[in-house]
Design a protein around this ligand. Structure first.
Ligand SMILES: [Zn+2]
Length: 239
């Protein structure tokens, strides 16, 4: 019998090559930071996402730049190179398919998936990921509305409108909710603010940092600025 061994990540054609868990975490953070926000990604914002100091983040970014995975001008914005993007898409695909699997097949709440999905995404074989994809019918978005990259890395990010840019009287359909805060997701779920629910803006109070909205079938509610900035709507039925 062969002794048990830990196979390296790499292999010809493996977009992850021999990336360490830390490198993967940074690539994922850069992807997440630029996915729904057109502002340039800074090492500071990466540091916040990964939960490290800015200097640790800049060291990591420098290493990734050295490997040709990110482009970084000194004191400037950080962006994924095309190789970095391919690797990040691979990581994101695994993460989002597992999130979808946990919610749809195992009954997890959308606020409960993050930690287990993160652990499983590192451990799952490519074959398991493709079987999950098949089992779920090749979903194109995860439980939070984030697009799932295809196996070849291609991804279409839908054109959505942040709720924060909506005005009084606007209506729309919830299409994406930021998944970074489980407590907020749980709250949203409890008040009916879930994917595909209809939203009407009743009052926007920028001076107070609040917005009064209603979700079809639920009572009106007041949302604070942080909550408002976590919700995106389809733009189709704008106005
Ligand atoms: Zn998600």
């Amino acid at each position: 019998m062969q002794p048990a061994s830990i196979a390296p990540d790499g292999g010809p054609g493996d977009p992850l090559g021999d990336l360490t868990a830390a490198s993967r975490q940074y690539l994922k953070a850069i992807w997440d930071a630029s996915e729904w926000d057109r502002n340039p990604v800074t090492t500071k914002s990466i540091a916040e996402r990964v939960g490290v100091s800015p200097s640790t983040a800049s060291d990591a970014v420098r290493r990734l730049a050295h490997k040709g995975l990110v482009k970084h001008e000194p004191y400037g914005a950080v962006a994924l190179s095309s190789r970095g993007e391919a690797a990040a898409a691979h990581i994101i695909r695994r993460m989002r398919l597992i999130e979808s699997f946990l919610v749809r097949e195992l009954g997890y709440g959308w606020h409960e998936v993050h930690d287990d999905a993160d652990t499983l995404a590192h451990a799952a074989s490519d074959d398991l990921i493709e079987r999950i994809d098949c089992r779920l019918g090749h979903p194109t978005r995860d439980p939070h509305g984030d697009p799932i990259p295809a196996a070849d890395g291609r991804v279409t990010t839908p054109a959505l409108r942040p709720l924060s840019t909506c005005e009084t009287g606007d209506t729309g359909t919830v299409a994406r909710i930021a998944d970074s805060d489980p407590a907020m997701l749980e709250y949203f779920g409890s008040v009916g603010l879930t994917l595909d629910s209809g939203v009407t803006v009743h009052a926007k109070r920028p001076f107070a940092g609040t917005m009064r909205i209603s979700v079809t079938g639920f009572a009106e509610m007041e949302l604070g600025d942080i909550a408002v900035r976590s919700v995106w709507l389809t733009t189709a039925d704008r106005g």
